[in-house]
Design a protein around this ligand. Structure first.
Ligand code: ADP
Length: 490
């Protein structure tokens, strides 16, 4: 008989179920994609029934195909695309509208009016966030204002709001548990990260009735037993965290200064700041990293919109490479001082610039510039943007120490060496790169008594390869200065 922890990883484009053994090794993975809906320019929706059915299917498949008759799942963890907003009827369980996805920009104008009315500073000091369509509150308000009858039903207490974790928990427990965890709550713009409570003033500002809101639990907690998922019935859900926070946990970045950075389509860097919620003066977000036994640990977060997507563009837009991995040998044969800077501001610039109107550019072209230099510049742009975030974090008061990386781009060794060089910091790649799913497996395992302590988890982290900085400071500064000049010229 073997024992496992099951992670449900509900992402933006697919749902996955992953079984881990108790040492944190992957035993099996099942994945299903689901449709994206773009009803208008800038709008992005998911059908909540697709979210639910792909979670059900992947869980059922993994239980049927990867679990022996005597094997046992001790506990389930849920990690999810963050901020995505669902409202549903408490009686029937039916959503009143599609899920409005984190990427959706339909509330941009409304956010502008709130900023013009000077609400951002006080909202920021309570939530650690900026006023932006990205977060849940203005999406909830949009549904209340625009779907006929919904505001009245909400006022009568007939509806529930949840981020995706909360909706899934509600469905998995047959409609019994309306709960979320502190990391997901901290992305709604309605949650005071200092008091760890839903905030009356914020609810009033966004005109959201408190009857909609779920109970906020620790990230490792007794969320409820599953009763609507076949062979999983009776298994407790013991861990919940938003995807980036789960990755920080899976990377076991438990000490102040420890940082994880996920390099996928975009890049999300998260720095553990311990029991202090640092207020960023450089437009980084302050967020709950995890909450254990009522005690929140905070993080600073910076996001870069375009990381791997720049390599996709070099491949699919410019046809300079056939596969993303071709970028590595090309860069290996190119001196880093080629003088070309690619600024991939295709959709504006994220932290710390937050310039939605910026657009991309390539600088420093000469007659002998070729494919190698442009592709290398694409990889380097990801590292320079990481440096921007490192600098902003330093100015906010904490210098990131070790950087633990994950995500699809991190198979590229050249990229990670240049990243170490430009940051002047060691970059570590773990042997298990499914850190998001691993993070909630760990949270669930902690609550279920599989693990005793964070120290025990930290000892289980294994390094696949470590990249030490090998560039002189003068060289690094000169290269980075070129990047700063390029961004200024946009
Ligand atoms: P996401 O989870 O955001 O969909 P992944 O973590 O799967 O993304 O990473 C995929 C991204 O990584 C793609 O944008 C791709 O261009 C990039 N990528 C994959 N392999 C490499 C590589 N060897 N070198 C550079 N970029 C890569």
């Amino acid at each position: 008989m073997s024992q496992y922890l099951l992670s449900i990883d509900q992402g933006t484009t697919s749902s996955r179920a992953i079984l881990f053994d108790l040492r944190g090794n992957i035993h099996a993975v099942r994945q299903q994609e689901f449709p994206q809906h773009f009803p208008h320019s800038g709008w992005v929706e998911h059908d909540p029934e697709d979210i639910w059915s792909t979670v059900q299917d992947t869980c059922e498949a993994i239980m049927a195909e990867a679990l022996g008759a005597d094997d046992q799942v001790l506990a389930v963890g849920i990690t999810n695309q963050r901020e995505t907003t669902i409202l549903w009827d408490r009686q029937t369980g039916e959503p009143v509208y599609n899920a409005i996805v984190w990427q959706d920009r339909r509330t941009a104008e409304y956010c502008k009016t709130l900023k013009l009315a000077s609400h951002e500073p006080w909202v920021h000091s309570k939530t650690g966030l900026l006023i932006d369509p990205y977060f849940s509150a203005t999406k909830i308000r949009w549904i209340l204002e625009n779907v006929p009858g919904v505001r009245e039903r909400a006022e009568r207490g007939e509806l529930a709001f949840g981020t995706v974790d909360c909706f899934l928990l509600w469905r998995l427990t047959g409609g019994r548990e309306h709960r979320t965890d502190a990391t997901n709550a901290s992305r709604t713009l309605l949650f005071n990260i200092h008091t760890q409570q839903w905030d009356e003033e914020l609810l009033e500002l966004f005109n959201v009735p408190s009857s909609l809101l779920p109970e906020v639990m620790d990230s490792a907690d007794d969320f409820g037993d599953i009763s609507a998922a076949g062979r999983l019935n009776g298994t407790p859900v013991c861990g919940v965290a938003g995807d980036q926070q789960a990755a920080l946990f899976g990377q076991t970045c438990f000490e102040v200064g420890m940082t994880k950075s996920t390099y996928g389509t975009g890049c999300f860097l998260m720095l553990n700041t311990g029991d202090k919620a640092l207020r960023s003066e450089h437009r980084l977000l302050t967020t709950v990293a995890y909450r254990l036994q009522g005690k929140p640990t905070y993080a600073l977060e910076g996001s870069i919109f375009i990381a791997g997507a720049a390599i996709q563009w070099l491949r699919d837009g410019l046809h300079l490479i056939r596969n993303a991995c071709d970028s590595e040998p090309l860069a290996e044969g190119t001196p880093v001082d080629h003088g070309v800077y690619l600024v991939p501001a295709f959709t504006g610039l994220g932290a710390p610039y937050w310039d939605p109107d910026a657009r991309g550019a390539i600088f420093g072209l000469t007659r002998d510039t070729g494919i190698r230099e442009i592709v290398t510049a694409g990889l380097q742009s990801v590292c320079y943007q990481s440096k921007d975030l490192q600098k902003a974090m330093e100015k906010d008061g904490i210098r990131p120490t070790a950087l633990r990386v994950d995500g699809g781009m991190t198979t590229n060794n050249w990229l990670l060496q240049f990243l170490a060089d430009i940051l002047g910091a060691t970059v570590d790649r773990p042997s298990v790169v499914e850190t998001t799913a691993l993070g909630v497996a760990y949270l669930a395992g902690l609550q279920a008594g599989v693990y005793e302590s964070l120290d025990e988890l930290a000892e289980m982290w294994r390094c696949d390869r470590s990249f030490a900085p090998a560039m002189t400071k003068a060289h690094r500064d000169r290269l980075y200065d070129g990047w700063i000049q390029a961004v200024r010229k946009l």
